[in-house]
Design a protein around this ligand. Structure first.
Ligand code: PLP
Length: 450
């Protein structure tokens, strides 16, 4: 099973041909929604005592399984947060697997970790974080938020010497669902801080919420989560104002830029991220708007030693690794794929200027689309929205009409746009990430709403 032979060559060529044909598809297929019953029927049993052989397994994948997925990089995939991995990043993903690198320790993965660290350094510099800032690539924003918040609580526990229990995270109502999920895992509460009329969490709002708490309640707050680009509407909190209050009250500032953080590399948008340089921890998902394949979240700490104190696993068999700064020590994980490598390879291949331009395309599409919707007689723009998100309603439509429309577009392979809720009411939402999306794509979708 492990022996290299000419059958491996044949399979390698077939796999690479397959990968290349998928990369070349323009556009890739869209409609892949299938029921579990249908798939079980058409795929049949594929894992057998004797094995199908690689070429047959590849055929099953290509003919049956892949068509039962929705391509996130289709230019009219505008639901959730899409993705658009670069060709270079996809190819580097192949060689990351082929290289069998343990990305958890410097000892085993130095070359790969060095490259990942350079990519992390570039992000820290773009945000203006200090020289001390450092971090690790984790699987996604959910894992990044959790690991950062664990480090925050560990630090508060060490510093405050208060009885355990009663720990709380302060976050705006617009914070991502993964913040609540982290709180559940950590068995702590989330205090919802009301956002201002423009949907931003402000320094003032945070201060007044903290002042209204009892001393005991306030002493339990170990972190404030600010969002740099909310998922639903692309809103960026008043980061600088929040940073002031965090400093005054001695609170860990975690910034969730999983989706929106990418826009900090665009010069015209950079001012929106003022204050991010003061974060104790920050995340951005390169698998969203920085054109890397899943799964890739950059987690940065202002003071990585605090994260290492919280996360480093101790065991006799790990002692040999203890002298180095290991990626494993900075998050809730041990074994890890060098998942930052495809992102590094892509940055190294195309350069930062190409990245700035490609992210700016999403901002530009959103701006043009907002104008277009504001002029449309049957559509109502929801304001404000920010970055590359546009939300709107179709006059006269109820929830069922939105669902039907969304299903119909997907079935026709035309677009993937799913309804969301804004202020408790159903709405439509576009999120632009893919630089291959054009205004013609937007017009095609809007044309189905007449
Ligand atoms: C997507 C997102 C997350 C979660 O990231 P995953 O990579 O899906 O785990 C967290 N926060 C925000 C703001 C997001 O947009």
């Amino acid at each position: 099973m492990h022996t290299y032979n000419t059958a491996t060559d044949e399979l390698a060529r077939a796999v690479i041909d397959y990968a290349l044909s998928r990369i070349r598809m323009d556009p890739p297929p869209l409609d892949g929604a299938r029921s579990a019953e249908e798939l079980a029927r058409i795929a049949g049993p594929t894992i057998t005592e004797d094995g199908l052989g690689g070429l047959e397994a590849l055929r099953v994948f290509g003919d049956v399984l892949a068509p039962a997925t929705i391509s996130i990089d289709h230019p009219r995939f505008l639901a959730f947060v899409p993705a658009a991995p670069t060709e270079a990043s996809i190819l580097a993903d192949l060689i990351t697997g082929a290289s069998s690198i343990f990305g958890g320790s410097w000892l085993e993965g130095a070359g790969a970790v060095h490259a990942e660290n350079e990519a992390l350094r570039v992000l820290a510099d773009e945000l203006g974080m200090p020289e001390s800032a450092h971090g690790v690539f984790v699987s996604g924003g959910t894992a990044g938020n959790l690991s950062a918040l664990i480090a925050a609580r560990f630090t508060a526990q060490e510093q405050r010497g208060r009885p355990d229990g009663g720990w709380r995270i302060a976050a705006s109502e617009e914070a991502h669902s993964s913040v609540q999920s982290a709180a559940n895992v950590m068995d702590v509460d989330v205090v919802d801080i009301p956002s201002a009329a423009d949907r931003r969490l402000t320094g003032e709002g945070l201060r007044s919420a903290l002042e209204q708490m009892s001393d005991t309640e306030r002493d339990g707050v170990f972190a404030v989560v600010a969002t740099a680009g909310s998922t639903n509407l692309g809103i960026i909190d008043d980061i600088a104002g929040i940073a002031d209050v965090c400093e005054e009250f001695g609170l860990w500032l975690h910034i969730d830029g999983a989706y929106g953080g990418a826009a900090a590399i665009v010069r015209e948008a950079r001012h929106l991220f003022d204050g991010c340089d003061r974060a104790d921890s920050f995340i951005v998902d390169p698998h969203k708007w920085l054109f890397a394949p899943f799964d890739c979240c950059a987690l940065l700490y202002r003071n990585p030693e605090l994260a290492a104190a919280a996360h480093t696993q101790q065991a006799g068999y790990l002692d040999v690794l203890a002298d180095e700064r290991n990626p494993s020590d900075l998050a809730h994980h041990l074994s890890r794929r060098a998942r930052g490598l495809p992102f590094w390879f892509s940055l190294a291949t195309y350069g930062l200027a190409a990245y700035r331009e490609a992210v700016a395309v999403g901002l530009d599409l959103a701006e043009q689309t907002r104008t277009r919707i504001a002029e449309h007689p049957d559509l109502e723009l929801i304001e404000p929205s920010g970055l590359s998100v546009v939300a709107f309603r179709r006059n006269g439509w109820g929830a069922a009409a939105y669902d039907e429309w969304s299903d119909r577009l997907l079935r026709r392979g035309l677009a993937f746009v799913t309804p969301t809720k804004v202020d408790g009411e159903v709405a439509l939402r576009f999120c632009f990430v893919n630089p291959r999306t054009t205004m013609d794509d937007v017009e095609l979708i809007l044309g189905t709403l007449d």
